[in-house]
Design a protein around this ligand. Sequence first.
Ligand code: AMP
Length: 281
Amino acid sequence: MELLKNIVAVRNYVSQAKKEGKSIGLVPTMGYLHEGHLSLARKARAQNDIVIMSIFVNPTQFGPNEDLERYPRDLERDKKLAEGARVDAIFFPSAEEMYPSNFATYVHVEVLTEVLCGASRPGHFRGVTTVVSKLFNIVQPDRAYFGLKDYQQATVIKRMVEDLNFPIEIVTVPTYREEDGLALSSRNKYLSPEQRQSARSLYRALKLGEELIHSGERQVEVVKEAMSKEILAHPETKIDYIAINNAETLQPLDEINGKILLALAVWVGSTRLIDNLVLEV
Ligand code: AMP
């Protein structure tokens, strides 16, 4: 497996692969890899000749009071895991490589980024779409892989790819969960054993919401209230948002109908976790 530390090295690697007529799959990550990331890599492995994974803790997608500094990093561990998933190359740029001091250009997707995590984390998606655009231009993959755990992110990226005519297929991958339902996340590392127990409340609340809807409940507020109670029954939890929105437009619903997104963001101690389910009603 190759470790590519700068843009020139990626360009050389990719131009050789393209000369040989090989297809390229890109898996963008912030590292501290877990099975969720590896499920993306495996899907990319199955669909492409070459798999490139980027590992970059992207400063522009963190707010001033967020966890950029303490975000977990461990390249040696990541290299072994990526190699195990048969990744061909890791792109591991520095912040200066991606954002030189005269950097001044950002990509912004409107509307879809104004709700859910976009409302709680101003500027977050601008950072995501900017770095993903850069990665797309640097790597020029045929396909790029995104997890549905970050459902809004995947939706925003698909919009961007269509609007800006990136010749790239966006492939989404289902959320990979622990046995008790907790979605894998690099941030789970922050949780104490007690908080880890409380973190189960996210998936439990989503499943409770799903159950209520499947048994005929159509009032958004009734479902949200039940989900909220489930979460707050666990110690150290604080709700950032619970949303029942249209799964395509991401806009809030008045009545539960069609393809819907049940999404939530919950603080467990000082760790913010997100999760979601998509339902056809
Ligand atoms: P991150 O390193 O957290 O920015 O995530 C990199 C990619 O992995 C994103 O496309 C995420 O949606 C995806 N991902 C993260 N956690 C999971 C998970 N539990 N299941 C599936 N995909 C995930």
